[in-house]
Design a protein around this ligand. Structure first.
Ligand code: ATP
Ligand code: MG
Ligand code: MG
Length: 393
C-alpha cells in the first residue's frame, strides 16, 4: 500500500493517521517527541526535528504525498519536501497562515470577493510604528496586541486599553512583530472548514458556532439553526473564496467573528485561518458521513472530494488537562463511566501521557436525534466533568 506522510505528531496528526489507515494507507509521522499522539499510532515514526534534512529525505522517500498537522512547522521543510513529492497545503500558503501580518493582508486583498473584512488593525514591528500607532490610531483602543507568529489558544496576546498599556504590552511580548487589533463587540464566533483538491474542486461543511473560554475553544455547536442562516451562508461563501484565492490544497479552517453592528443578525468579520483540520471540526468524526480528516486524506492523495453530509446534530466539548486535576491539584484520570452511560456520547482521547492545565487531552462529541436532546446530554456531561462553558450550551 501507499504511504501518506505528516509533519507533526499532535492529536490532529493522530486523527489524520486513523483516517488514512481506514482507507488502507500506511502512514509516516515526522515528530521529535518519542511519545506523541500521532507517532504512537503510525506505521513509521521518524523521530527527529521538523527541519532535519535527513529526516525530511526519509519522509519523502517513504511517502506518496505529505501534509502537515502543525501550523508552525518550518515552511522551509514543506518547500524541501515539495521538491520531490506532492505537499498539501503548500509552503507558501502555510507561510501566510503562520504570520498574522500576511494573513490579514490576504484577507484584505480578497475582501471584495469574499465580502468580509478583518478587524481594523495596525502592524507594529518597530518602535517607530509603535509611536505612530500611539499617536494616530486611538480608534484601535481598546484593542488586542497579538504576536504575528506562533500564537495559539490565546497565547501571545495582551489586551490593552491605553497608549501606555500598548507600549508596555509590546515590551512584554519582547518587541517582536505584532498586530494591534481593535477589540470588537462579539456576539458569537464561528468557523468554516473547506477542502480543496488539486483540481480546484471545493467542498465545505456548514459553519459551526464556537464558544471560547480564556482564549481556548471550549464548546462547538454543530447543527442547523446554530446561527442565523444568512450569516452562515455568508461565512461559508467567504471561506470558499478565501481558499480559492489562495490556490489552497487540503483542508482549511477559517474563523469568523459575529459583531454587533446594529443590524438584526450582526455583521461578519474574518478572524484568522488554520492551514489544516481544526479543533472546531472534530464533531465531523461522529456527526458526518465524511470527516475533516477523511477530506484531508482524499485531498492530498488526489482522490475525489465527496461533499460531506451531516447526519446528526452535534455538540463538541473540549477536554483540557484541567479535567485531570482534582481539587488538591493532583493528577487523576476522570471517571468516564457516568459520561459514557449517557446516550450519544463519543469520547476521543489523544494518548497524551501528561495532563497539564490548558492542554488539549481529548474531546467529547454528543450526537442525538434532535438538538434539544443533544443539548440536554451535553449539559449533563459538562456538569459531570466540571467543564467550562456550561452556561453556553
Ligand atoms: P487559535 O487557538 O484559535 O489559533 P489564537 O491564539 O490564534 O487562537 P485568536 O483567534 O486571534 O487567537 O483569538 C482568540 C480569541 O480571543 C478569539 O476566538 C476571540 O474570542 C477573542 N478575540 C480575538 N481577537 C478579538 C477581537 N479583535 N475582538 C474581540 N475578541 C477577540
Ligand atoms: Mg490562531
Ligand atoms: Mg483563533
Amino acid at each position: 500500500p501507499a504511504t501518506l506522510g505528516v509533519l507533526g505528531g499532535g492529536q490532529l496528526g493522530r486523527m489524520f493517521v486513523h483516517a488514512a489507515q481506514r482507507l488502507g494507507y500506511f502512514t509516516a509521522v515526522l515528530e521529535p517527541d518519542p511519545q506523541s499522539p500521532a507517532g504512537q499510532v503510525s506505521h513509521h515514526h521518524i523521530q527527529t526535528d521538523y527541519d532535519d534534512p535527513a529526516g525530511l529525505r526519509q519522509l519523502a522517500q517513504l511517502c506518496q504525498a505529505i501534509t502537515t498537522e502543525f501550523e508552525n512547522v518550518p515552511a522551509q521543510a514543506l518547500q524541501t519536501l515539495a521538491l520531490t513529492r506532492p505537499v498539501a497545503p503548500g509552503a507558501a500558503v502555510v507561510g501566510i497562515a503562520q504570520n498574522r501580518i500576511e494573513e490579514k493582508a490576504h484577507f484584505t486583498a480578497c475582501a471584495d470577493v469574499s465580502g468580509v473584512s478583518c478587524a481594523p488593525y495596525a502592524v507594529i514591528e518597530t518602535r517607530a510604528q509603535l509611536q505612530a500607532v500611539q499617536e494616530k490610531r486611538a480608534d484601535l483602543l481598546p484593542g488586542i496586541l497579538k504576536t504575528a507568529r506562533m500564537g495559539y489558544d490565546g497565547k501571545g496576546q495582551i489586551r490593552v486599553k491605553t497608549a501606555g498599556e500598548l507600549a508596555a504590552a509590546w515590551a512584554e511580548l519582547g518587541g517582536v512583530a505584532c498586530v494591534l487589533e481593535k477589540m470588537l463587540p462579539l456576539t458569537a464566533e464561528c468557523s468554516v472548514l473547506v477542502a480543496r483538491g488539486w483540481d480546484g474542486r471545493v467542498v465545505s461543511f456548514a459553519p459551526q458556532r464556537n464558544v471560547h473560554v480564556d482564549g481556548i475553544l471550549a464548546v462547538t455547536h454543530a447543527y442547523e439553526g446554530n446561527m442565523p442562516l444568512d450569516l452562515a451562508n455568508s461565512a461559508r461563501d467567504a471561506a470558499v473564496s478565501i481558499a480559492q484565492h489562495l490556490g489552497y490544497v487540503g483542508v482549511l479552517c477559517v474563523e469568523f467573528f459575529v459583531v454587533d453592528d446594529g443590524s438584526p443578525h450582526g455583521g461578519l468579520v474574518v478572524n484568522e485561518m488554520a492551514p489544516r483540520p481544526h479543533n472546531s471540526g472534530h464533531y465531523t468524526l461522529d456527526a458526518c458521513d465524511v470527516s475533516q480528516f477523511d477530506l484531508q486524506v482524499h485531498a492530498m492523495a488526489g482522490l475525489p472530494l465527496p461533499q460531506p453530509r451531516q447526519h446528526s446534530p452535534a455538540i463538541m466539548l473540549n477536554l483540557l488537562g484541567d479535567v485531570w486535576l482534582d481539587g488538591s491539584g493532583q493528577l487523576q484520570e476522570p471517571d468516564w463511566r457516568p459520561v459514557l452511560s449517557l446516550p450519544g456520547t463519543h469520547l476521543h482521547l489523544y494518548g497524551k501521557l501528561r495532563a497539564l492545565a490548558g492542554r488539549k487531552m481529548g474531546h467529547l462529541t454528543i450526537t442525538g436525534p434532535d438538538v434539544a436532546s443533544v443539548k440536554t446530554v451535553a449539559r449533563r456531561a459538562a456538569g459531570l466533568l466540571g467543564l467550562p462553558g456550561l452556561d453556553a450550551i
